[in-house]
Design a binder for this molecule. Structure first.
Ligand SMILES: Nc1ncnc2c1ncn2[C@@H]1O[C@H](COP(=O)(O)OP(=O)(O)OP(=O)(O)O)[C@@H](O)[C@H]1O
Ligand SMILES: [Mg+2]
Length: 234
């Protein structure tokens, strides 16, 4: 299998706390891979460790075959890794278009990508001059994902995109993630198991700072006992 990302047994500390105590995540190129696990399991910390925001103290992270652990976060992102954080950090005082332009990594990124972005998120085109503060939760989430598409990213790390959204918006969002996954590999943290199971081809379960199970999503969806055991939902 061709893995675009291969996280090998990482250990991450936040302050004195040993938060990740052996997390391994292999992400096949072109896939959507879901990171699953209960609240506080270490899913967000895993994404932040990949990005060097909370650098691991032990273990290896291979991206496109090169070790990236220990590199500065800015340089890791520049390799082509986009991050959509859980709090949808868009700029509330900037317009939709300004939010997109400021996400450029090199001049011309926005001009080159806007056609693609507005095909995925037609609402954003309509709202282009509105400032972030005036967007609904769903529109903010779409803008947050759109921002990660402006630069050339071959890997997107998306943290809890469906959180707090109404079902109709979740549907729209899922369709967009499905479509963009034709262009970028996606690592998706998702608490809503139905959303994760419909989108992802592969999964990794994290429990108390350790990766405990991985495989094909279609095998997991048939395994109610495992879902109940690790995720408490069936
Ligand atoms: N800044 C911090 N200081 C201390 N502990 C932290 C900090 N950030 C995270 N933690 C702890 O690390 C553990 C993992 O947190 P993390 O945010 O990675 O979990 P998660 O799986 O993303 O959870 P959630 O589903 O709630 O988003 C939790 O026990 C959390 O309390
Ligand atoms: Mg989290």
């Amino acid at each position: 299998m061709d893995y675009i990302l291969d996280v090998q047994d990482i250990h991450t500390f936040i302050g004195q706390y040993h938060i990740l105590q052996g997390v391994s995540v292999r992400v096949p190129r072109g896939s959507i891979t879901a990171l699953l696990g209960r609240n506080g399991a270490g899913k967000t910390t895993t994404l932040k460790s990949i990005l060097g925001l909370t650098p691991p103290r032990q273990g290896k992270i291979m991206f496109e075959g090169n070790e990236i652990q220990g590199m500065l976060s800015f340089n890791i992102a520049s390799l082509g890794i986009g991050f959509v954080p859980e709090n949808r950090s868009i700029f509330r005082d900037l317009s939709v278009e300004e939010n997109l332009k400021i996400a450029e990594r090199k001049k011309g990124d926005y001009a080159g990508k806007k056609g693609f972005i507005f095909t995925l998120f037609p609402d954003l085109k309509r709202l282009i001059n509105l400032s972030g503060i005036n967007l609904s939760g769903g529109q903010q989430q779409m803008l947050a994902i759109a921002r990660a598409l402006v630069a050339d990213n071959c890997l997107l790390l998306i943290d809890e995109p469906s959180e707090g959204l109404a079902p109709v918006l979740i549907e729209q969002l899922m369709k967009a993630i499905q479509q963009l996954s034709a262009y970028s590999t996606v690592v998706l943290v998702e608490q809503n198991f139905l959303v994760a199971s419909q989108l992802a081809e592969y999964y990794v379960i994290i429990e108390e700072g350790r990766s405990v199970k991985e495989g094909k999503m279609k095998d997991l969806t048939n395994d109610k006992a495992t879902i109940q055991h690790y995720l408490g939902a069936a």
